[in-house]
Ligand binder design. Structure first.
Ligand code: NDP
Ligand code: GDR
Length: 336
């Protein structure tokens, strides 16, 4: 049985990846952070009491800022694959907590890579780094490919770039099987509620259910290449199944503005978005990434991967999920 370790297992991608690996027969280990409230909502359906038989999901306390614990875990677990998905992943927030973001996102990757060496796993383990289209930042070329020059526009983007080049460097320096997935924005009903797509689908469906009346937004002109998270985690796994490690752009090759996402969402709900959406400067960023559109030709060619869920279907999946949620909320509100 193959053994995988996932950092960021409680996040959107971590939860889908854990599902995928369990379905493939893996023993899955995840690092979770201690919090005063439970933060395992997205993986609770996968968790089994460790006292019963046939348990294949195990959770360990740890943190990407805690090098000693990372080394101890790698020694103990001796995983075949490591997926480094843990991050302070909010771009706007990274301007507020810049140092912390650099610590977790940039040095966090370094700590794991060093832990791999320290635990003597360089020849055994395969490493996946969650790189980001935010590394492209200021537009240098469209569509963006693996060879487009990087120009990050936030502390988050800079930290991801550091982690990305470290991944390349450990591959070149030590022969580590280390791959970077340069993933463009990917969304789902499990997306955090402060990222733009989920913020929109949550608000619009709550407006439809009569429990919210306004949605405050920042820059509506930014354009993103939005795909479906559940599909994108398959790519992470595929990269680690290749004989040779490499870096791949994962995207849909389609771009839409935030305004188009709003129009599509409110349109599905028969609502006129102009009545409900208001501007609030607090959601603007000191520097913006204006246009992202990725060319996944290399992934298609070498990994045989093609995105299936496109923009309209993605919006529909999220709206249907959030409408059911908003109706439950409205029902509860009417009882109290
Ligand atoms: P989420 O924000 O949903 O999840 C982030 C995960 O990282 C959570 O499990 C979180 O734990 C964990 N985490 C945060 N800080 C630490 C820390 N100090 N130590 C250990 N774990 C920590 O992100 P996504 O699932 O959307 O993204 C997964 C990865 O992919 C991230 O690295 C992200 O930057 C990157 N990425 C995401 C894209 C996207 O569009 N979704 C696109 C490209 C890259 P907790 O639950 O305790 O907060
Ligand atoms: P992004 O995602 O910064 O691309 O990073 P986000 O959904 O936060 O923003 C997308 C675009 O929408 C604009 N925007 C707003 N964004 C938020 N969050 N809230 C608002 O009210 C709002 N109004 C307009 C933003 O300015 C931006 O242009 C995501 C994260 O998942 C990263 O971790 C990941 O690496 C990249 O995607 C690829």
């Amino acid at each position: 049985m193959k053994k995988a370790l996932i950092t960021g297992i409680t996040g959107q991608d971590g939860s889908y990846l854990a599902e995928l690996l369990l379905s493939k027969g893996y023993e899955v280990h995840g690092i979770i952070r201690r919090a005063s409230t439970f933060n395992t909502d997205r993986i609770d359906h996968l968790y089994k009491d460790p006292h019963v038989n046939d348990v294949r999901l195990f959770l360990h306390y740890g943190d990407l800022t805690d090098a000693v614990q990372l080394v101890k875990l790698l020694y103990k677990l001796q995983p075949d694959e490591i997926y480094n998905l843990g991050a302070q992943s909010h771009v706007r927030v990274s301007f507020d907590v810049a140092e912390y973001t650099g610590d977790v996102v940039g040095l966090g990757a370094q700590r794991i890579l060093e832990a791999i060496r320290e635990a003597g796993l360089v020849k055994k383990v395969r490493y996946y780094q969650a790189s980001s289209s935010e590394m492209f930042g200021k537009v240098q070329a469209v569509p963006q490919t693996e060879t487009t020059p990087f120009w990050p526009r936030s502390p988050y983007g800079c930290a991801k770039l550091y982690a990305h080049w470290l991944t390349v460097n450990y591959r070149e320096s030590y022969g580590l099987h280390a791959s970077s997935g340069i993933l463009f924005n990917h969304e789902s009903p499990r997306r955090g509620e402060t990222f733009v797509t989920r913020k929109i689908t949550r608000a619009a469906t709550r407006i439809k259910a009569g429990i919210q009346d306004t949605l405050y937004m920042g820059n509506l002109d930014a354009r993103r290449d939005w795909g479906y998270a559940k599909e994108y985690v398959e790519m992470m796994w595929l990269m680690l199944q290749q004989d040779k490690p490499d870096d791949y752009v994962v995207a849909t090759n389609e771009t839409h503005s935030v305004k188009e996402f709003i129009e599509e969402t409110f349109g599905l709900l028969d609502l006129d978005w102009r009545r409900f959406v208001k501007y609030d400067a607090r959601y603007e960023r000191p520097a913006e990434v204006d246009l992202l559109i990725g060319d996944p030709a290399k992934a298609q060619r070498q990994l045989g991967w093609e995105p299936k869920v496109r923009f309209k279907e993605l919006v529909k999946i999220m709206v249907e999920h959030d409408l059911a949620l908003a109706r439950r909320e409205a029902q509860i509100a009417s009882l109290v």
